[in-house]
Design a protein around this ligand. Sequence first.
Ligand SMILES: Cc1cc2nc3c(=O)[nH]c(=O)nc-3n(C[C@H](O)[C@H](O)[C@H](O)COP(=O)(O)O)c2cc1C
Length: 427
Amino acid sequence: MNFSLTFFLTKQNPSHKLHSLNFLFTLFPKSFMTTPTSEHEDDECICSDTNDLSLLEQPLSSKNSPSCTLSKDLYIERAWAHWKKLGQPKFIVAPMVDNSELPFRMLCRKYGAQAAYTPMLHSRLFLENEKQRNMEFTTCKEDRPLFVQFCANDPDILLEAAKLVEQHCDYVDINLGCPQRIARRGNYGAFLMDNLPVVRSLVQSLADNLHVPVSCKIRIFPDMQDTIKYARMLEDAGCSLLAVHGRTRDEKDGKKFRADWNAIKDVKAALRIPVLANGNIRHMDDVLSCLEETGVDGVLSAEPLLENPALFAGFRTAEWVDKEEEGIEGDLLDQADLLVEYLKLCERYPVPWRMIRCHVHKLLGDWFKIHPEVREDLNKQSKLTFEFLYDIVKRLRELGTRIPLYAKSSHAAFSPKGFTNQAVHEF
Ligand SMILES: Cc1cc2nc3c(=O)[nH]c(=O)nc-3n(C[C@H](O)[C@H](O)[C@H](O)COP(=O)(O)O)c2cc1C
């Protein structure tokens, strides 16, 4: 990155330049030090039962880890310089397996999202299987800023997989939050909270060897102090941005357990790198409250975006609207409009049909409740075509169905790039 050297040197006493340069190269042999081309264009291991929180107390030993004060200051400056260069995105599409794929990301970007994560990619399968790689990871010039997320438990495999994508993204992200059974079987995601030496080695391996920064997405521990120590360990290992899902590994059901914004606030206060919040976001008022209450640098949304990809542009589903409120408009946009836009993006950026099917069900779920026969026809269709899907929308419209998305008229504004949220841009 061009900025890294000049930025660093201008901050230093000239007599220290040489020393500083050597120091910087030792610190970041690759990370942040070169221009990325990005601007152009069944695992069987059973998870370890060691709850090795003592690691959190240990000093760091990696040659490139920011373990002394000066190195840490530099590394924090780097982390912020990168974040600022990306425009400090606040509204971010969270990683979703089979759901945050390129056309969906592009749709959300059109409607206010300022950055996005890919779905989690399995580092070993991604590395070994070229066909899977080409199917599961696609991107385009406009798909930035982009976090490419991997699950992993082997630093060498993760690094090799990450090298294949680093030119196409702004962060390589490590999934440390997946609580599902498949993650327990594969010993990745939130189950690495039981094996912190592995977590640290994953982060260090990327931080020491990639050209782009490493980010992590975590869940919280039941004990707040453990969460803070965990987050600090990640920062010390070389993590440049941390996304915190404010639920524990056992709080799988997002509808049953509210995310703990206080825990996120405490992590933000304890760290020096950018921190993002995840959980409890239903609409834009929640986004603004979350930013204010936790002090984080940005907010991720996952499941609510599936029903309402225009959430970050100020639109909300009927569930979250007081229709008596003055200035609420329901004639600007609906989910069928968004599905048609999504399908057009899929024609342009092909993805597996299973992903498209997921989005049709999520976007038209409420419409199908009114006309279940249309859903049945969709379910019977084992091989989908775009023609068939456009026809589903046409049939629903001809049946007189319309479930609008609502926006405060003073908030949503259309620009040639799409809807933007005026209130939010003033934030
Ligand atoms: C369909 C779906 C797929 C998900 N896949 C991933 C994933 O690949 N990686 C990840 O870190 N989290 C994944 N998550 C979790 C979300 O990123 C997010 O942490 C969680 O849903 C809470 O955010 P929300 O309340 O906005 O949905 C997924 C969630 C959903 C609903």
